[in-house]
Design a protein around this ligand. Structure first.
Ligand code: ZN
Length: 305
């Protein structure tokens, strides 16, 4: 199969946590909510940041710049290749690259009670020459427990590859005459980077303000498909109802569609995440698919590359 893209949708149960709660909003730590304020979510931006932090920790030296000051070296810098960048340059208007990773926000699936926690924070303000004043503040932290659904589309064909339009000169001035490849890291290096992306999703951690809490959104229930055409279909699979059941009609139609399109699908399962576990497995097996441990889904995806 000529792999163009990999789509992964997953569920992750997070304990009482304040994932992605208002970054930098001082003493009030409020959760981001949707669905008329009944469900929490983690922004796609925050998920991407966590993904790259995980990748950075697992692959020393591959990220050569920070996002605020991109180096633009797609060939050597994994961040510029995978995160994309906008690099302003004087006169020319700058260069940019679209990320080959499309990340959706992680949406809390269950309407839950939002717990507010008051805690005191102590810090010392250094006034020099051993004079320190003690600063004591009260912080307000919102916490919640939920099952989050997140998704990512990996545009495999465009990892480590840059194409530019060929602009005509002479008679047909400024007409577009096709595309030329200006950077291509080659299939083997593309495979290495794609595997690193998969490993980072599997090990996803490193959310903002999680320095002391061990909350992560690493996949626990997974629907992954490998496609020979780039599209973002199938990201709504694993949607849950308010009682914690995966919507089986959505799952069934996704399984049907991927079979019709010739996509290769892998389903990963961990007990204790959804309510309708047995019915879920039945639908998967009825459609000729195996229910695999999550780690096995990632191993099989990697084996296809
Ligand atoms: Zn860079």
């Amino acid at each position: 199969m000529n792999i163009k893209c990999i789509t992964i949708t997953w569920l992750a149960k997070a304990d009482l946590s304040s994932l992605n709660s208002g970054q930098g909003s001082g003493n009030i730590n409020e959760l981001k909510l949707y669905s008329y304020g009944t469900k929490p979510y983690v922004s796609g931006q925050s998920l991407r940041t966590a993904l790259f932090q995980t990748m950075d920790r697992m692959n020393e030296g591959v990220i050569k710049c920070i996002s605020e000051a991109p180096c633009g070296d797609v060939e050597n810098c994994w961040a510029c290749d995978l995160r994309g960048y906008l690099k302003p340059e004087e006169g020319t208007g700058g260069t940019r690259r679209w990320s080959p990773l499309k990340v959706s926000p992680a949406l809390g699936q269950l309407p839950t009670e939002i717990v507010s926690d008051l805690l005191t924070r102590h810090s010392y303000i250094d006034k020099g020459e051993d004079k320190k004043s003690k600063d004591q503040r009260i912080a307000h932290v919102q916490l919640t427990e939920n099952v989050y659904r997140a998704g990512i589309v990996i545009d495999v064909a465009n990892i480590g590859r840059v194409i530019e339009p060929i602009i005509g000169s002479g008679k047909k001035k400024n007409s577009m005459e096709g595309w030329k490849e200006v950077i291509d890291i080659g299939d083997e290096e593309r495979r290495v980077r794609t595997i690193a992306v998969l490993d980072s999703i599997f090990n996803l951690s490193g959310f903002a303000k999680q320095a002391r809490a061990a909350t992560s959104l690493a996949p626990q229930l997974v629907f992954a498909s490998i496609k020979d055409t780039y599209n973002q279909r199938g990201l709504n699979v694993l949607e849950m109802d308010d009682d914690g059941n995966v919507k089986l009609d959505v799952l069934e139609s996704a399984l049907y569609e991927s079979k019709a399109l010739g996509d290769e699908v892998f389903i990963g399962f961990t007990p204790g995440i959804i309510e309708n576990e047995e019915a879920f497995k039945e639908v998967v097996e009825k459609n000729g698919k195996e229910v695999l441990p999550v780690v096995e889904v990632f191993n099989r995806l990697k084996a296809q590359l």
